[in-house]
Ligand binder design. Structure first.
Ligand SMILES: Nc1ncnc2c1ncn2[C@@H]1O[C@H](COP(=O)(O)OS(=O)(=O)O)[C@@H](OP(=O)(O)O)[C@H]1O
Ligand SMILES: Nc1ncnc2c1ncn2[C@@H]1O[C@H](COP(=O)(O)OP(=O)(O)O)[C@@H](O)[C@H]1O
Length: 253
C-alpha cells in the first residue's frame, strides 16, 4: 500500500501514575527495551468542556531505545476506529499496537483525548470542531503512514462524513475503519472518567451518546461487538484486527 492510516489509541482513566496497570490486557505496561512502552503522566490542562480533568494518560509508544531497525517489513497501513466514550477504543488501540509490535511492526497511536490536550486543544465538541479535530488527526496519520508507520487513530468521530473525508485522504483500501459496537448501558456502567454521570446531570453538554449523535458506520471494514455477557478481551479484539490486516496483506514485508 502506498499509504495506510493507523489508529493508535492511548489509555486514559482514573488511575494513579503508580497504578497504571491493565490486567485485562494480559501483558505488562511500562515494559522494557524493544517493547511497546506506556508512559503515563497527569495532565492538568483545562479541557474545552471547561473542566479540569485529573487525567492519567498512558500512551502506547516504543521505548526510546527502539529504532526503525528493530522493525521489519512495515506495511504502510492506516487504521481508524470510531465510537463513543467507554467503548474500549483506547484499550483496544493499546492492545493492537502491542500485538503489532510483537510482530515487528512499528505503529503509533493518536488518541482523541490526548491530541485534544495539545495539537487540537483549541477545539470544542461542536460538530464543526469535531470535523476539524478528525481532519487534523487524519492528516497527521497520513504523515505517519507516509513514513511507513502504522497509525492507529482512536477517536469517537461520530459523523460519517468526517470519517469518509479521512478515508478519502488515503489511497483506496488503506483506511481501515473499526467500529466497536457496544451498548450505551455498558459504556455508562464502565464510565471510568465519570463523564456519563456529568453528562446525565447536565454538567457536560453535547456529550456523544447522551445529547449528541453518533452515526453508526454503514459499511466499515471491521465490527467488534461487545455485550455485557459476551465481551471479548482487548487482546482477542486486537487479534481480530491483526487477522484482518494479515489477511489483507497489510503486514507483509
Ligand atoms: N462532549 C463530549 N463528547 C464526547 N467526548 C467528550 C466530550 N467532552 C469531553 N470528551 C472527552 O473527549 C474524548 C473524545 O475526543 P475525540 O477527539 O475522540 O472526539 S471526536 O472524535 O472529536 O468526536 C472522550 O474520550 P474517550 O472517553 O476516550 O472517548 C472524552 O473523554
Ligand atoms: N474488552 C474489554 N472488556 C472489559 N472491559 C474493557 C474492555 N475494553 C475496555 N474496557 C474497560 O472499559 C473502560 C473504558 O475503556 P477505554 O479504552 O478507556 O474506552 P474509550 O477509549 O472508548 O473511552 C476502561 O475501564 C477499560 O478498562
Amino acid at each position: 500500500m502506498a499509504v495506510a492510516l493507523k489508529l493508535l489509541p492511548s489509555l486514559i482513566g482514573n488511575v494513579s501514575p503508580e497504578n497504571v496497570s491493565l490486567p485485562e490486557l494480559g501483558f505488562p505496561i511500562n515494559s522494557g527495551r524493544n517493547w511497546i512502552r506506556f508512559g503515563s503522566h497527569f495532565d492538568h490542562r483545562k479541557s474545552k468542556i471547561g473542566q479540569k480533568f485529573k487525567l492519567v494518560k498512558a500512551v502506547g509508544r516504543l521505548d526510546e531505545t527502539s529504532s526503525f531497525n528493530d522493525v521489519n517489513g512495515q506495511a504502510d497501513c492506516h487504521c481508524t476506529n470510531g465510537f463513543p466514550n467507554g467503548k474500549g477504543k483506547s484499550t483496544l488501540a493499546c492492545a493492537l499496537s502491542h500485538s503489532l509490535h510483537s510482530r515487528g511492526k512499528l505503529s503509533y497511536v493518536l488518541d482523541g483525548d490526548n491530541v485534544r490536550h495539545g495539537l487540537n486543544r483549541n477545539l470544542s465538541f461542536g460538530a464543526e470542531d469535531r470535523a476539524e479535530n478528525i481532519r487534523r488527526v487524519g492528516e497527521v496519520a497520513k504523515l505517519f503512514a507516509d513514513a511507513g508507520v502504522i497509525c492507529i487513530a482512536s477517536l469517537i468521530s461520530p459523523y460519517r462524513k468526517d470519517r469518509d473525508a479521512c478515508r478519502a485522504l488515503l489511497p483506496k483500501g488503506d483506511f481501515i475503519e473499526v467500529f466497536m459496537d457496544v451498548p450505551l448501558q455498558l459504556c455508562e456502567a464502565r464510565d471510568p472518567k465519570g463523564l456519563y454521570k456529568l453528562a446525565r446531570a447536565g454538567k457536560i453538554k453535547d456529550f456523544t451518546g447522551i445529547d449528541d449523535p453518533y452515526e453508526r458506520p454503514l459499511n466499515c471494514e471491521i465490527v467488534l461487538e461487545q455485550k455485557p455477557d459476551t465481551c471479548s478481551s482487548p487482546c482477542e479484539m486486537a487479534e481480530t484486527v491483526v487477522s484482518y490486516l494479515e489477511g489483507h496483506g497489510y503486514l507483509q514485508a
